[in-house]
Every structure is written in structure tokens, then in C-alpha cells.
Design a protein around this ligand. Structure first.
Ligand code: HEM
Length: 419
């Protein structure tokens, strides 16, 4: 007997779907590429339909402050919503352009190449810490916290402060879940206030805030008032850490389950690039992007009334069998095949809101996994991994690995210090 569509959707948006949404995506993709989810809401699962929404910025806009004013009066009273909705992700062109251009320049491939020595150094310290913690519950954390150190260096934040900020960012992220923006979220609000205060007091007043640094360049953008500036800095900090950390965790999980693959990554750069892309396709760190239809339209056979909220499901589009053969199977070398197109990986989004830090994330992940493969022979899961109870950002709550056969210790492992 076929389970009704709304029952599958209820399960997707409930605890089972938060643990593992992929069986539900598969069931829903068999029925339709776009599905209604209550009044004036739709979820887009198909690859082609998702790309159409993300690229059509005339018809589909991000929910900006005007939309928030119309839909959720009082949203500004919630510090976490107010902080999030001032970032560039919730601005449409041309309003998003000054910050977008600056960030695109700051994380342009040429600039990221210059960051490589710093990322290599940080990755070496984190892999050394993983080796040192080899049989303890902290081993996976030692590895997946690399993006905190990278973003910390780029923004001039001391290591110990980053630990604290990471905890607040995690709580703040609850605001980015599929809640109504006027829903009270005490912990997220509290974290937002702390993050904003830190950025104001430590980053914007710090002597390092000169025109050459990212903070200094943003501060000098005439188009931003202080609240916009703080919001964008908090957003970049969160976007640059939690997501890449989730990618490192998912990759670590695959390698713990397949040590032959781990060893093959040592000296096969084409496989390494494909492995990172496949990890992103198979389990994207960010599962949804939100858009609003500005006029009545039709998408994938579904009528979408004006002002509908349209959720593009990045997790589902990577499992669309119309685009990817055997979509549910993790195939590490999928993107080395001549017929496969790396541009089909839409886990960084597409179009005018495509992730500004994609190159940094890819380079960080490649460096991290290469170093991991070069240092470690045998890696195993020390218990069943668990994801956080979240729908939008797929973070791990528990991921424990252990090294049963580490390579001989190198000098830099002695202290396992994170720089
Ligand atoms: C694996 C790591 C990452 C993933 C999967 C990821 C994913 C995404 C996605 C899906 C979007 C677009 C959302 C939408 O269209 O609604 C986005 C936007 C963004 N990301 Fe990332 N991201 C990652 C890493 C980073 C890093 C390292 C940075 C910064 C250093 C960053 C900064 C941003 C910014 C600034 C935006 C907003 C772009 C705009 O609206 O113009 N992200 N990211």
C-alpha cells in the first residue's frame, strides 16, 4: 500500500527525517519533483527544478526584510532573527551586491591559493592532534574543528575564543532551522547577543581592523551600518566553520568505513577531488535554501501562488535519479568519470547566492583529507555516529573514531598542539 504523500512529508520533517532524511527524499522524488507542504509553501526536490528556482532571481527572491515585515510582524524583536536577517543571505540584488562582491574577492581562488600554507599548517596540527587523541572520544573533534582554526586566523580571532564562539554559533544556528522567524528561541537569542557583542568589542575595535583584512574591508564599505556589519561578520563566521566541519565529519565517516579508500587518497589527487565532491553530493552540510515566489507561477507541475515560500532541498536534488545514476550509493570516484560533471554538485547553491566561500571549503577539505590519508593507515568508528536534531545544517552530535594502527609518530605529534 502506498503511504500518502503528506504522511511521508510529516515523517521527513519529524525526528526520523532529522536523523536520516534520505529514505524520505527517495520516496518523495519518486512521486513528484515539487511538492506542496501546507498553505503557500512548497518543497523542491528535483535537480532541474531546483536549479531553475536558484537561477531565476527575477521570479524567486530570498525572503528579505520586506517579506519578513509582511509575514512575521515582530520578527525584529528576536535578536537571533534580527541578526540573521541583516546578513547578505537575506538580501536580494542589488542590495546584497556590495558585501557579496567583497566576499567573492576575499575568497576568490587566487586569494585562497595564498591561504594554502596557513591551511596546510593548521591541517597538520589538527591531524597531529587526531593522531595524539587516537583512541579517545575527542579524535574526530580534533579533525573536524580545523575550519574553526582557519576562520579564526582569517578573522584574527584567538584559538581559545574560537572554542567559545563555536558553541554560541551552534546555538545561534537553531534560528536558521525551518522555524517561523517570529518564534521565540531563547538559547539562539542569547547566543546571538553574545556573538554580536564579541564581534563589536573584539573584532571591530581591534587594531587588526585595517583596510587589508576582511574585517577592515567590510568596515570600510560605506553601504553598511554597524548592525549590518556585525550581522555579516557573524554570518561569515558561522557559514565558514559549521558547514566545512560537517563536510570533514561526513568524509571521516566514509574513510572510517573504508580504509582502502583512505589509503588510496594518499597520492591520487583526482580521486581526492572526486571524494570531496561526492561527500558533498551524498550528504550536503546545508540541506535547504529558502526563496519566495514574487508572482503566481508553475514549477514541476505544481501551481505556486505569489508570496509562497519555496524550499529548495539541496539534500534531495543530489539524490535525483534523473541526474545521478545510483544516487543513493556513495561512489568516491564518481566525478573522475568523463561523463560526470562536477558542476552538478549544487551543495554550495547556484546563482547569485552561491556560496562565497566554496573554494576555501574545497581547498580546506582536500588538504585535510590528503594529510589524514598520509598520516593514518587504519581508522575505525568507535560507536554509531549521531547527527544533531536539525534539518537545515547536518552537524554531528556524536562522531567517534579510533586509530587502531597509526603511522609512526612524527616530531610534530609530540605535543599535538593546535596552533
Ligand atoms: C562545505 C562547506 C560549505 C557549504 C556546503 C556551504 C553552503 C552554502 C550554501 C548552500 C549557500 C547558499 C544558500 C542559498 O542559496 O540559500 C551558501 C552561502 C554562503 N556561504 Fe557557504 N558553504 C560552505 C562554506 C562556506 C565558507 C568556508 C564560507 C566563508 C568563508 C561561506 C560563506 C558563505 C556566504 C557568505 C554565503 C552567502 C552568499 C550570498 O548570499 O551571496 N560558506 N553556502
Amino acid at each position: 500500500m502506498t503511504v500518502p504523500e503528506d504522511v511521508v512529508l510529516l515523517r521527513l520533517f519529524g525526528p526520523e527525517g532529522r536523523r536520516d532524511p534520505y529514505p524520505f527524499y527517495g520516496e518523495l522524488l519518486e512521486r513528484a519533483p515539487v511538492l506542496p507542504v501546507g498553505g503557500k509553501r512548497a518543497v523542491v526536490m528535483g535537480f532541474r527544478e531546483s536549479a531553475d528556482v536558484l537561477l531565476n532571481t527575477r521570479l524567486f527572491k530570498v525572503p528579505d526584510r520586506d517579506y519578513a515585515d509582511r509575514s512575521w510582524p515582530g520578527w525584529q524583536e528576536h535578536p537571533s532573527t534580527a541578526l540573521l536577517y541583516r546578513s547578505l543571505l537575506f538580501l536580494n540584488p542589488p542590495d546584497n551586491q556590495p558585501v557579496r562582491r567583497l566576499l567573492s574577492r576575499s575568497f576568490h581562488p587566487g586569494r585562497v591559493t595564498l591561504m594554502r600554507p596557513m591551511i596546510e599548517r593548521q591541517a597538520a596540527a589538527h591531524v597531529a592532534a587526531l593522531v595524539a587523541d587516537g583512541s579517545s572520544a575527542d579524535a574526530a573533534y580534533s579533525f573536524t574543528a580545523l575550519p574553526n582554526s582557519v576562520m579564526g586566523e582569517l578573522l584574527g580571532i584567538p584559538h581559545d575564543d574560537m572554542e567559545q564562539l563555536a558553541g554560541w554559533l551552534d546555538m545561534f544556528l537553531e534560528r536558521n532551522e525551518l522555524h517561523s522567524p517570529d518564534k521565540p528561541l531563547r538559547q539562539a537569542d542569547d547566543a546571538a547577543l553574545r556573538l554580536a557583542a564579541y564581534v563589536r568589542e573584539k573584532l571591530l575595535c581591534a587594531p587588526a581592523a585595517d583596510g587589508a583584512s576582511l574585517v577592515g574591508s567590510l568596515a570600510q564599505l560605506g553601504a553598511l551600518d554597524e548592525r549590518d556589519l556585525v550581522s555579516n561578520l557573524v554570518f561569515v563566521l558561522g557559514a565558514g566553520t559549521v558547514t566545512t566541519s560537517s563536510l570533514l565529519g561526513s568524509g571521516l565517516l566514509h574513510l572510517a568505513r573504508d580504509n582502502t579508500l583512505l589509503r588510496r587518497l594518499r597520492d591520487d589527487d583526482a580521486l581526492l577531488t572526486s571524494f570531496v565532491l561526492e561527500t558533498l553530493r551524498h550528504d550536503p552540510p546545508v540541506q535547504y535554501g529558502a526563496r519566495v515566489a514574487v508572482e503566481d507561477t508553475e514549477l514541476g507541475g505544481l501551481r505556486i501562488p505569489r508570496d509562497s515560500l519555496v524550499l529548495v532541498c539541496l539534500g534531495a536534488l543530489g539524490r535525483d535519479p534523473r541526474r545521478f545514476p545510483n544516487p543513493d550509493t556513495f561512489v568516491a570516484d564518481r566525478f573522475t568519470a568523463p561523463a560526470a560533471n562536477p558542476r552538478d554538485v549544487l551543495s554550495f547553491g547556484l546563482g547569485t547566492h552561491r556560496c562565497a566561500g566554496a573554494e576555501l571549503a574545497l581547498v580546506t577539505a582536500e588538504i585535510a583529507f590528503r594529510q589524514l590519508a598520509q598520516r593514518i593507515d587504519t581508522l575505525a568508528l568507535a560507536g554509531p555516529p549521531q547527527r544533531q536534531n536539525r534539518m537545515v545544517v547536518r552537524k554531528f552530535r556524536r562522531l567517534e573514531v579510533q586509530l587502531s594502527d597509526a603511522c609512526p609518530r612524527r616530531k610534530e605529534d609530540e605535543g599535538g598542539q593546535l596552533l
